[in-house]
Write a protein that binds this ligand. Structure first.
Ligand SMILES: Cc1cc2nc3c(=O)[nH]c(=O)nc-3n(C[C@H](O)[C@H](O)[C@H](O)COP(=O)(O)OP(=O)(O)OC[C@H]3O[C@@H](n4cnc5c(N)ncnc54)[C@H](O)[C@@H]3O)c2cc1C
Length: 268
């Protein structure tokens, strides 16, 4: 996350790094807080909801970027903010952003967003942010590796490919606890049937033997090596818990990928 440092429970605002503008060049304005409106709530799994948020005066975003959301928390002097990736495609419409939120047990913000959000609710949002982005300019074949809610920005890339009619090969290696915890389960199945450029390998970590998954363990070196050689990827995007992201990145670089071709987003 670029603009928030977490220090225990305290949120410290730090400046958003921006490139210095050249003489005569218009400077892009940093995002400001806006009052978004929840226009849809989709229950994805027992612990994850998609909130569809209409953003007033929206800025274009790129597939893979995230928004910050802040909400008041009882006993806290200031609203508490967290980052949530956008799972929807910015094309053809970037005015409604779908954020996929998994409830972190004991967390301050995510349980409220998952359990208490409703259509018509107003939420403070600020964005977009982030350099974890893919468009056709980044090329392919693309290997997407995600665990749990780490699939959200990868889904934005897939949906973007679909809505723009791109044919860039993409393979998603996706780790979930079990079939019922697979976020975007039905849509991923449908899209991979309808688009020959898209394929998905599921791994289930707590549902050993379920034939709906190709693997039944955490993402590991052998698994990544197998899909990497099948896909022959030239770019890779990895998102999820920091340990999984770091390990997967090391494996891909060990397999010969250039470090600049492996992009990562850690949900810490
Ligand atoms: C760029 C980015 C994008 C992200 N995108 C997504 C996304 O698309 N979807 C998504 O679900 N998440 C995403 N995240 C993670 C998200 O921002 C939050 O970190 C997550 O929702 C947890 O926030 P929370 O307020 O619910 O939990 P927190 O309050 O931050 O708590 C997290 C955990 O720490 C424990 N904890 C808190 N305080 C203490 C303490 N004092 N002592 C011991 N334990 C403590 C809590 O019990 C909980 O288990 C993203 C993160 C980043 C950086």
């Amino acid at each position: 996350m670029e603009n928030v440092q977490k220090s225990g429970d305290v949120e410290l605002e730090v400046p958003i790094p921006t490139r210095r503008s050249r003489p005569g060049e218009a400077r892009s304005k940093p995002p400001t807080w806006k009052l978004g409106k929840v226009v849809g709530v989709v229950v994805e799994t027992p612990e994850t909801n998609t909130l569809q948020i209409e953003v007033p005066d929206p800025s274009p975003f790129l597939p893979g970027q995230y928004y910050n959301i802040r909400i008041p928390i009882e006993g806290r002097p200031r609203p508490i903010q967290r980052a949530y990736s956008v799972g929807s495609s910015p094309f053809p419409d970037y005015s409604v952003v779908d954020v996929g939120i998994r409830e972190t047990p004991g967390g301050l913000v995510s349980p409220k967003l998952v359990r208490e959000s409703f259509v018509g609710q107003e939420l403070e949002v600020r964005g977009p942010y982030g350099a974890f982005t893919w468009t056709e300019e980044n090329g392919g074949p693309v290997l997407l590796i995600g665990a749990g809610s780490g699939v959200v920005p990868l889904m934005a890339m897939i949906r973007y490919g679909v809505s723009k009619g791109l044919n860039v090969p993409m393979h998603l290696l996706f780790s979930s606890k079990s079939y019922e915890y697979v976020i975007y389960r039905d849509e991923l199945e449908r899209l991979s049937q309808e688009n020959s450029w898209l394929s998905v390998s599921h791994t289930f970590t707590r549902s050993l033997g379920d034939p709906r998954a190709r693997y039944h363990r955490r993402i590991d070196k052998e698994m990544i090596s197998e899909v990497f050689h099948e896909v022959n990827s030239s770019v890779a995007y990895i998102c999820g818990p920091p340990e999984m992201v770091e390990e997967s990145e090391k494996v891909l670089i060990g397999l010969g990928m250039q470090s600049g071709s492996v992009k990562t987003e850690k949900y810490d």
